[in-house]
Design a protein around this ligand. Structure first.
Ligand SMILES: [Zn+2]
Length: 743
């Protein structure tokens, strides 16, 4: 945390300068050197994808419109992917056993994804060959009989071909490194279909998968889960069988095939339990890679298991496999990564590891909500560093990639990969979690993550799913938070000003004015804002809930204050500038009144000095009330019920350009208890009421505000009979006044 003395200097000398330098924002951790540039690393995570995709013009293929399958009608359970891969001819021969369950009343065909660059040779099941059609990158299999709801179907697809996109990057790529074959995959978001037939959507996870690959014996095969077996076929090839027993989305199934150097480390999660870490690295990186991974990846898992819960795939492994792409990809239990410095940088390694929880264990329901993967992974980077490097470092880390541009985190148009993996889902996505943490507090934030994990483990979640969990865990309505940060654009531009005054009742009052000046949407960001007040006894932070474009707050301190800083630790993505305190009506809306009851409330303006005038400039005060010109006191006895809207303008008497006006709405309500006989509404039933009634009837005096309090003999009119009845009651013990019946 910054020290007091720094704050003092900041306020006295720096803040006035800030007025002329928009965008300059003080924040915690500003003086910390990170040693890397997370913003740039996040950019590389997605920008590297672009040139290669552009080359292949594969966007058509990637478009989500082409994802149309009849996925609403079934749920895939299991795939056995058996591939014979020839690195010389670059042809793969595949056979994929597919098991799914029907979720509608009856289903006789299953439509899945497979690009037409692959040739389907046959589809069969135990009943024999099945009819199929393979058109427009969709494979439709006609089952041998209609299957009813809850029934499992099964078929095997036999196919072969050279995967489309394999010389760019979509799905499976054949390439070389140092003249040695290198076959790797990257299928996010919609590339699994280029090399194996599947229901290629993120939310249809298989419960488990077998991946069986036959290749030249010189090649090492890396994939998801653990190795079940490895068999030398005696013909120059060997077959490696990987299996993952955890649910997995199609785009997270991966292969890395190369004469890799393989080394191991362990994550010891109890004194007697450990999980293996596999490193499939380029042979010339065998020793070098240990500098960056050995012991470090295990420590990262340790750090992230504290806020996120145990590593999700603890019965299998975590691994890193080098691949032929400039970035890194969080393949489940086996991150694929470049061998450049990018792939070794700690933020990137932590990011991909964070995805094992957020992205893999819980997957975004569709690509509109990609921040559910990427924002969480970015935030994992900061959470990895925080326990080792401290909270100031955490802030410095977050501050280094605050997103200041437009667009929304929710991706409206997912037809292009360009749109899906923009910087905003990384940087602003990560910041959204950072902000949420402060809004709900550490305890509830991490409790929410745990509940989110429990509720959506092995499945997929949308923004609304996550919001629902957080709202349940915290008991708070947080729609305002998610709407503005996920669906809104930009960030608030705060201008704040304040004056301090001694409180006649003791201590000090701070009059704070906060306004938002952004011209973007939303015009009003609703956020709790920290205000750090420096006093003679030290700094204290008070929180205000800002939910208007212009808003006043009155804070109290026991000790004499000297300055105030808005959001000193930078928990909000914002621009902020201090400005001179102007002239503001600071009081809340006056209280509602009760018909006939004495009323008093005060409108108060604050400015350079107290010498103010107050006037009604529009509408009207409730009948019977007046406004004190110099005091701002509204007082009197309301004589009519209703809702009264009026505007009060305050101005400084000497400097008349200092003005402020506020519109108020004061309701005058009926008395809660009737007082029959209290015709003049002075709170008592006595001779004054007799005089009031007589004056009204005979002398043209004011009529009763509530005629039924004057119609004490209940003849449905106010007349001399009521005066007589009242006299009888007061002086002769006659009948007590009753509530009248005047319409
Ligand atoms: Zn990522």
């Amino acid at each position: 945390m910054r020290k007091c003395i720094q704050l003092f200097i900041l306020v006295l000398f720096v803040l006035p300068i800030l007025v002329f330098h928009t965008g300059v924002n003080a924040g915690a951790g500003d003086d910390i050197e990170l040693g890397f540039d997370p913003q740039d690393l996040h950019k590389q995570m997605w920008e590297d994808l672009q040139p290669r995709l552009a080359l292949r013009q594969v966007l058509e293929v990637m478009s989500e419109a082409k994802t149309v399958s009849n996925w609403q009608e079934y749920d895939m359970d299991y795939y056995k992917i058996d591939l014979d891969i020839n690195h010389v001819t670059e042809i793969i021969y595949g056979s994929v056993d597919t098991y799914g369950t029907v979720v509608i009343s009856s289903l006789d065909s299953v439509k899945i994804n497979l690009l037409n660059s692959m040739t389907v040779d046959s589809v069969y099941n135990l009943s024999g060959n099945l009819a199929f059609s393979h058109l427009s990158d969709h494979l439709t299999i006609y089952l041998d009989a209609a299957h009813v709801q809850g029934e499992q179907f099964y078929f095997t697809v036999v196919y072969h071909g050279h995967p489309a996109g394999s010389s760019g990057f979509l799905g499976l790529e054949f390439s070389e490194r140092n003249l040695l074959p290198l076959i790797t995959t990257l299928s996010e978001p919609m590339g699994a279909r280029s090399w194996w037939p599947c229901n290629d959507i993120s939310r249809d996870k298989m419960d488990s998968v077998d991946i069986i690959v036959t290749v030249d014996t010189s090649l090492v095969v890396s994939s998801n889960g653990l190795i079940e077996s490895e068999v030398d076929n005696g013909d120059g090839t060997h077959t490696v069988h990987w299996k993952s027993k955890y649910p997995i989305a199609p785009y997270l199934v991966s292969l890395g095939i190369h004469p890799y150097a393989v080394w191991y480390d362990y994550y010891n999660y109890t004194p007697t339990d450990s999980m293996p870490l596999h490193f499939y690295v380029y042979p010339d990186h065998n020793m070098y890679s240990r500098t960056y991974f050995d012991g470090i990846v295990a420590h990262m898992i340790e750090n992230l298991s504290v806020p996120f819960g145990q590593y999700p795939f603890i019965d299998e492994k975590y691994g890193c496999t080098h691949f032929d792409w400039g970035g890194a990809m969080e393949h489940q239990t086996n991150t694929s990564t470049t061998s450049s410095s990018f792939g070794y940088s700690q933020p990137v390694v932590a990011h991909e590891l964070g995805h094992q929880w957020w992205g893999d264990m819980v997957t975004c329901s569709d690509w509109h909500h990609i921040w559910i993967n990427e924002g969480f992974a970015v935030y994992s980077e900061a959470l990895y560093f925080e326990p080792d490097s401290g909270v100031d470092y955490y802030h410095a880390y977050m501050n280094s990639f605050e997103y200041t541009g437009g667009g929304s985190i929710y991706i409206n148009d997912t037809t292009s990969v360009w749109n899906i993996f923009g910087a905003i889902v990384y940087d602003k996505g990560g910041w959204t979690l950072h902000m949420l943490r402060h809004v709900i507090g550490d305890d509830l934030f991490f409790e929410s993550l745990a509940d989110y994990r429990d509720q959506y483990i092995w499945t997929a979640a949308s923004t609304e799913d996550f919001q629902g969990v957080v709202e349940t865990t915290t008991g708070m309505d947080l729609d305002w938070f998610f709407q503005q940060w996920i669906y809104g654009t930009y960030r608030p531009y705060y201008r704040y000003s304040y004056i301090f005054e001694e409180d006649p009742a003791g201590g000090w009052n701070a009059y704070v004015h906060i306004r938002q000046t952004q011209s973007s949407n939303p015009q009003v960001f609703t956020m709790p804002i920290d205000l750090e007040i420096s006093t003679t006894a030290g700094d204290e932070t008070q929180v205000v809930f800002n939910n208007a474009r212009e808003q006043n707050f009155i804070l109290h301190t026991d000790d004499e204050p000297s300055s105030m800083t808005l959001d000193p630790d930078r928990w909000i993505s914002r621009q902020v500038m201090w400005e001179e305190y102007g002239f503001h009506i600071v009081s809340d809306e006056p209280v509602d009144g009760i018909l006939g009851d004495a009323y008093e409330d005060t409108v108060e303006a604050k400015g350079p000095t107290d010498n103010n005038a107050y006037n009604i400039v529009a509408g009207a005060l409730p009948d019977g009330l007046t406004l004190g010109l110099n005091s701002g006191i509204i007082s009197g006895q309301p004589t009519a019920m209703g809702s009264f809207i009026f505007s009060v303008k305050a101005n400084h008497q000497d400097w008349t350009y200092l003005t402020d006006s506020v519109e108020y709405n004061v309701d005058i309500l009926p008395p809660s208890v009737d007082r029959p006989g209290d015709a003049n509404m002075d709170g008592e039933v006595n001779v004054g009421d007799v005089v009031f009634i007589i004056n009204y009837i005979f002398n043209g005096g004011p009529g009763p505000i509530l005629p039924n309090w004057a119609d004490v003999n209940v003849d449905c009119q106010v007349n001399v009979g009521d005066a007589v009845s009242m006299i009888n009651y007061i002086f002769r013990g006659g009948t007590a006044p009753a509530l009248g019946c005047v319409e």
